[in-house]
Design a protein around this ligand. Structure first.
Ligand SMILES: C[S@@+](CC[C@H](N)C(=O)[O-])C[C@H]1O[C@@H](n2cnc3c(N)ncnc32)[C@H](O)[C@@H]1O
Length: 230
């Protein structure tokens, strides 16, 4: 998070409280292990502090559902989906509501994963990070990967897209969302669209859509990207 973005806005008391909650994971220089510990401590109250009217990651599930239609031969009932940076698992519940049945999760925070498993919608969990090392997940293991609240400073680095492409089968889909302002004000997230373009030029992925959506987090727009693996 670029600190100037916070201080130049006029926040309501409610918005300030939300920003205060979120600021605990936006401390510069945290190692991945330290960040996982901060999420461990946040796991219990995370969902209450970030209700859908404040934070709406479900956009990535809605986007994925759009490409899983009977008419294009994609069957969501059999699709193996990996929720990357799954946190407390609210996207798993949304996926289930949209008819997806095989849902795995990856997250480095043990307590977030414990919370996630209480929802009863996930199969396997991977306690790991992406973008920092090669995961144990096999090549072409999944039909779809979703990620929300994941590509931001100090969390998943943009280079993780290579790992996500590796674990997706040809014909599979990526559905991710980032805050629109991060595409210009975050040094890390600025690299995302150039990397997508490079992978498109190299015929590794094909854009399905890029969509700006309102109020992804507070009044910030999100950008949802759906790509197909070639
Ligand atoms: C803001 S939460 C988002 C959780 C969930 N996707 C949601 O939208 O509610 C960020 C999650 O990313 C996880 N995380 C942080 N760094 C990560 C990394 N390098 N790889 C995978 N997950 C990571 C954290 O443990 C945390 O659960």
């Amino acid at each position: 998070m670029d600190a100037s973005v916070i201080v130049t806005k006029n926040y309501t008391d409610e918005e300030k409280a939300v920003e205060e909650s979120v600021s605990r994971v936006q401390v510069e220089g945290l190692t991945p292990d330290q960040l996982a510990k901060v999420y461990d401590e946040w796991a219990e109250t995370y969902d209450k502090e970030l209700p859908p009217e404040v934070y709406y990651p479900e956009y990535v599930v809605e986007a994925l559902s759009e490409v899983y239609t009977e008419s294009n031969g994609q069957n969501r009932k059999d699709a193996k989906v990996l929720d990357v940076a799954a946190g407390t698992g609210r996207l798993g519940e949304a996926l289930q509501k949209h008819g997806f049945r095989y849902i795995d999760a990856l997250d480095p925070s043990e307590k977030m994963l414990e919370k996630l498993m209480t929802r009863g919608v996930y199969g396997k969990t991977w306690k790991d990070t992406v973008g920092i090392h090669k995961t144990e997940i096999e090549d072409d293991a999944y039909d779809a990967v979703i990620a929300a609240g994941a590509f931001l400073e100090g969390h998943i680095p943009v280079a993780a897209v290579h790992e996500i492409v590796r674990i997706l089968r040809p014909g599979g889909f990526i559905s991710i969302i980032v805050r629109e302002d991060y595409l210009t004000n975050s040094e890390e997230i600025r690299k995302l669209e150039p990397l997508f373009e490079e992978l498109e030029n190299g015929k590794k992925i094909q854009k399905v859509f890029r969509r700006v959506v309102p109020k992804y987090y507070l009044n910030f727009n999100g950008v949802v990207y759906v790509y197909r693996i070639l």
